[in-house]
Design a protein around this ligand. Structure first.
Ligand code: FPP
Length: 228
Protein backbone atom coordinates (compact mmCIF):
# COMPACT_ATOMS: atom_id res chain seq x y z
CA UNK A 1 0.00 0.00 0.00
CA UNK A 2 1.48 3.34 -0.88
CA UNK A 3 0.99 6.19 1.51
CA UNK A 4 0.30 9.66 0.13
CA UNK A 5 2.66 12.54 0.84
CA UNK A 6 2.43 13.62 4.40
CA UNK A 7 3.39 16.04 7.00
CA UNK A 8 5.91 14.81 9.56
CA UNK A 9 4.61 14.52 13.10
CA UNK A 10 7.77 13.37 14.86
CA UNK A 11 11.33 14.32 13.93
CA UNK A 12 14.46 13.17 15.74
CA UNK A 13 17.93 14.66 15.40
CA UNK A 14 21.39 13.32 16.15
CA UNK A 15 23.07 16.67 16.80
CA UNK A 16 26.60 15.93 15.66
CA UNK A 17 29.61 18.07 14.80
CA UNK A 18 29.93 20.50 17.71
CA UNK A 19 33.55 19.48 18.26
CA UNK A 20 34.49 19.88 14.60
CA UNK A 21 32.71 23.23 14.44
CA UNK A 22 34.89 24.46 17.31
CA UNK A 23 38.09 22.88 15.96
CA UNK A 24 37.67 24.62 12.59
CA UNK A 25 37.70 27.92 14.50
CA UNK A 26 40.48 26.97 16.93
CA UNK A 27 38.00 27.23 19.80
CA UNK A 28 37.57 24.88 22.76
CA UNK A 29 35.07 22.05 22.21
CA UNK A 30 32.85 23.53 24.92
CA UNK A 31 32.29 26.53 22.66
CA UNK A 32 30.99 24.16 19.98
CA UNK A 33 28.52 22.74 22.48
CA UNK A 34 27.50 26.24 23.52
CA UNK A 35 26.74 27.12 19.90
CA UNK A 36 25.00 23.74 19.69
CA UNK A 37 22.60 24.83 22.40
CA UNK A 38 21.91 28.04 20.44
CA UNK A 39 20.91 25.76 17.56
CA UNK A 40 18.68 23.75 19.92
CA UNK A 41 16.95 26.95 20.98
CA UNK A 42 16.28 27.98 17.35
CA UNK A 43 15.10 24.55 16.35
CA UNK A 44 12.68 24.07 19.24
CA UNK A 45 11.10 27.39 18.40
CA UNK A 46 10.88 26.42 14.73
CA UNK A 47 9.43 22.98 15.53
CA UNK A 48 6.74 24.66 17.57
CA UNK A 49 5.97 27.16 14.84
CA UNK A 50 5.86 24.40 12.22
CA UNK A 51 3.42 22.44 14.34
CA UNK A 52 5.57 19.34 14.85
CA UNK A 53 4.05 17.11 17.50
CA UNK A 54 7.40 15.87 18.75
CA UNK A 55 11.06 16.81 18.34
CA UNK A 56 13.50 14.33 19.84
CA UNK A 57 17.09 15.44 20.39
CA UNK A 58 20.03 13.17 21.22
CA UNK A 59 21.77 15.30 23.86
CA UNK A 60 23.78 12.76 25.85
CA UNK A 61 24.33 9.09 25.07
CA UNK A 62 25.30 6.31 27.45
CA UNK A 63 28.67 6.35 25.59
CA UNK A 64 29.25 10.08 26.23
CA UNK A 65 30.38 9.30 29.81
CA UNK A 66 33.73 8.30 28.31
CA UNK A 67 34.44 11.92 27.28
CA UNK A 68 36.87 14.00 29.38
CA UNK A 69 35.41 15.21 32.65
CA UNK A 70 35.65 18.89 31.73
CA UNK A 71 33.65 18.31 28.55
CA UNK A 72 30.96 16.39 30.46
CA UNK A 73 30.75 19.15 33.02
CA UNK A 74 30.50 21.78 30.26
CA UNK A 75 27.58 19.83 28.74
CA UNK A 76 25.88 19.56 32.14
CA UNK A 77 26.34 23.30 32.72
CA UNK A 78 24.80 24.06 29.34
CA UNK A 79 21.82 21.85 30.05
CA UNK A 80 21.27 23.51 33.41
CA UNK A 81 21.53 26.94 31.81
CA UNK A 82 19.08 25.91 29.10
CA UNK A 83 16.49 24.81 31.66
CA UNK A 84 17.02 27.90 33.79
CA UNK A 85 17.09 30.46 30.99
CA UNK A 86 14.90 29.08 28.22
CA UNK A 87 12.46 26.58 29.58
CA UNK A 88 10.13 29.18 30.96
CA UNK A 89 9.57 30.69 27.55
CA UNK A 90 9.02 27.28 25.96
CA UNK A 91 6.71 26.25 28.79
CA UNK A 92 4.60 29.36 28.29
CA UNK A 93 4.42 28.59 24.58
CA UNK A 94 2.88 25.20 25.34
CA UNK A 95 5.96 22.99 24.91
CA UNK A 96 5.95 19.80 26.94
CA UNK A 97 9.32 18.42 28.04
CA UNK A 98 9.95 14.70 28.06
CA UNK A 99 13.15 12.87 28.84
CA UNK A 100 14.11 9.47 27.46
CA UNK A 101 16.97 7.59 29.08
CA UNK A 102 18.01 7.40 32.70
CA UNK A 103 18.70 10.96 33.83
CA UNK A 104 18.98 9.83 37.46
CA UNK A 105 22.67 9.15 36.77
CA UNK A 106 23.23 12.92 36.54
CA UNK A 107 24.13 15.03 39.55
CA UNK A 108 21.40 15.89 42.06
CA UNK A 109 21.11 19.53 40.99
CA UNK A 110 20.59 18.56 37.33
CA UNK A 111 18.03 15.91 38.31
CA UNK A 112 16.19 18.45 40.42
CA UNK A 113 16.07 20.98 37.58
CA UNK A 114 14.89 18.35 35.12
CA UNK A 115 12.13 17.19 37.45
CA UNK A 116 10.97 20.74 38.02
CA UNK A 117 10.86 21.33 34.27
CA UNK A 118 8.98 18.07 33.67
CA UNK A 119 6.39 18.97 36.29
CA UNK A 120 6.03 22.52 35.00
CA UNK A 121 5.31 21.42 31.43
CA UNK A 122 3.47 18.13 32.04
CA UNK A 123 0.03 19.52 31.22
CA UNK A 124 1.15 21.33 28.06
CA UNK A 125 -0.32 20.16 24.79
CA UNK A 126 1.94 21.83 22.19
CA UNK A 127 5.09 20.31 20.72
CA UNK A 128 6.75 17.69 22.91
CA UNK A 129 10.47 18.38 23.23
CA UNK A 130 12.00 14.99 23.89
CA UNK A 131 15.56 15.13 25.18
CA UNK A 132 17.54 11.90 25.18
CA UNK A 133 19.80 11.92 28.22
CA UNK A 134 22.04 9.04 29.23
CA UNK A 135 20.10 7.25 26.52
CA UNK A 136 21.02 4.08 24.67
CA UNK A 137 18.56 2.38 22.36
CA UNK A 138 19.67 -1.20 23.00
CA UNK A 139 19.29 -0.60 26.73
CA UNK A 140 15.81 0.86 26.13
CA UNK A 141 14.75 -2.17 24.05
CA UNK A 142 16.13 -4.60 26.66
CA UNK A 143 14.23 -2.79 29.42
CA UNK A 144 11.03 -2.77 27.34
CA UNK A 145 11.37 -6.49 26.49
CA UNK A 146 11.87 -7.33 30.16
CA UNK A 147 8.69 -5.45 31.08
CA UNK A 148 6.76 -7.03 28.22
CA UNK A 149 7.93 -10.50 29.29
CA UNK A 150 6.84 -9.85 32.86
CA UNK A 151 3.37 -9.11 31.50
CA UNK A 152 3.35 -12.32 29.47
CA UNK A 153 4.04 -11.69 25.79
CA UNK A 154 7.18 -10.63 23.95
CA UNK A 155 5.54 -9.38 20.77
CA UNK A 156 6.60 -6.31 18.79
CA UNK A 157 3.45 -4.51 19.96
CA UNK A 158 4.08 -5.42 23.60
CA UNK A 159 7.68 -4.20 23.39
CA UNK A 160 6.70 -0.97 21.61
CA UNK A 161 4.19 -0.26 24.36
CA UNK A 162 6.98 -0.37 26.97
CA UNK A 163 9.53 1.83 25.15
CA UNK A 164 10.34 5.25 26.60
CA UNK A 165 8.68 6.72 23.49
CA UNK A 166 5.40 4.78 23.82
CA UNK A 167 3.30 7.93 24.20
CA UNK A 168 4.81 9.71 21.17
CA UNK A 169 3.66 9.66 17.56
CA UNK A 170 5.61 7.22 15.34
CA UNK A 171 9.02 8.52 14.30
CA UNK A 172 8.77 9.96 10.78
CA UNK A 173 12.15 11.46 10.08
CA UNK A 174 15.58 10.96 11.60
CA UNK A 175 18.20 13.59 10.84
CA UNK A 176 21.93 13.35 11.54
CA UNK A 177 24.18 16.31 11.01
CA UNK A 178 27.93 16.55 10.29
CA UNK A 179 28.23 13.93 7.57
CA UNK A 180 28.30 10.84 9.79
CA UNK A 181 26.04 8.12 8.45
CA UNK A 182 25.10 5.86 11.35
CA UNK A 183 22.52 5.60 14.11
CA UNK A 184 24.89 5.35 17.10
CA UNK A 185 22.45 3.44 19.33
CA UNK A 186 19.68 6.04 18.89
CA UNK A 187 16.00 5.08 18.41
CA UNK A 188 16.86 1.77 16.69
CA UNK A 189 13.39 0.32 17.18
CA UNK A 190 11.55 3.54 16.39
CA UNK A 191 13.55 4.05 13.19
CA UNK A 192 12.20 0.85 11.61
CA UNK A 193 10.10 2.82 9.09
CA UNK A 194 11.46 6.33 9.61
CA UNK A 195 12.99 8.20 6.72
CA UNK A 196 16.70 8.98 7.16
CA UNK A 197 18.21 12.33 6.32
CA UNK A 198 21.95 12.91 6.53
CA UNK A 199 23.51 16.32 6.02
CA UNK A 200 27.08 17.61 6.04
CA UNK A 201 26.01 20.70 8.01
CA UNK A 202 27.61 20.76 11.47
CA UNK A 203 25.07 21.01 14.29
CA UNK A 204 25.93 24.57 15.42
CA UNK A 205 25.28 25.73 11.84
CA UNK A 206 21.94 23.92 11.56
CA UNK A 207 19.07 26.38 11.12
CA UNK A 208 15.28 26.18 10.81
CA UNK A 209 15.80 26.52 7.04
CA UNK A 210 17.79 23.25 7.10
CA UNK A 211 14.94 21.60 9.00
CA UNK A 212 12.48 22.87 6.41
CA UNK A 213 14.69 21.40 3.65
CA UNK A 214 14.67 18.04 5.41
CA UNK A 215 10.91 18.18 5.88
CA UNK A 216 10.39 19.08 2.23
CA UNK A 217 12.44 16.07 1.20
CA UNK A 218 10.48 13.93 3.65
CA UNK A 219 7.17 15.11 2.20
CA UNK A 220 8.32 14.21 -1.30
CA UNK A 221 9.43 10.68 -0.42
CA UNK A 222 7.08 7.78 -0.95
CA UNK A 223 6.76 5.64 2.15
CA UNK A 224 5.67 2.09 1.49
CA UNK A 225 6.18 0.45 4.89
CA UNK A 226 7.36 -2.71 3.17
CA UNK A 227 4.32 -2.85 0.89
CA UNK A 228 4.17 -1.88 -2.79
C1 FPP B 1 27.98 15.88 19.19
O1 FPP B 1 29.07 16.67 18.84
C2 FPP B 1 27.20 16.52 20.22
C3 FPP B 1 27.09 16.08 21.51
C4 FPP B 1 27.77 14.88 22.00
C5 FPP B 1 26.32 16.81 22.48
C6 FPP B 1 25.07 17.44 21.96
C7 FPP B 1 24.53 18.28 23.02
C8 FPP B 1 24.12 19.55 22.86
C9 FPP B 1 24.06 20.29 21.59
C10 FPP B 1 23.61 20.23 24.08
C11 FPP B 1 22.24 19.75 24.35
C12 FPP B 1 21.57 20.66 25.22
C13 FPP B 1 20.25 20.76 25.34
C14 FPP B 1 19.75 21.88 26.09
C15 FPP B 1 19.28 19.79 24.76
P1 FPP B 1 30.53 16.11 19.01
O2 FPP B 1 31.12 16.71 20.22
O3 FPP B 1 30.51 14.61 18.98
O4 FPP B 1 31.18 16.70 17.73
P2 FPP B 1 32.38 16.08 16.89
O5 FPP B 1 31.92 14.74 16.37
O6 FPP B 1 32.56 17.09 15.79
O7 FPP B 1 33.56 16.00 17.80
Amino acid sequence: MSVPTHKARHVAIIMDGNGRWAKKRHLPRAMGHKKGVDAVRRLVKAAREMGLEALTLYAFSTENWSRPEDEISALMGLMKAFILADLDEFAKAGVRLKIIGDYNKFSADVVELIEGALARTAANTGTTLVVALNYGSQDEIARAATKAAAKGAITPEAIAAELDTADLPPLDLLIRTSGEVRLSNFLLWQAAYAEMYFTEVLWPDFTPAHLEEALAEFAARERRYGGR
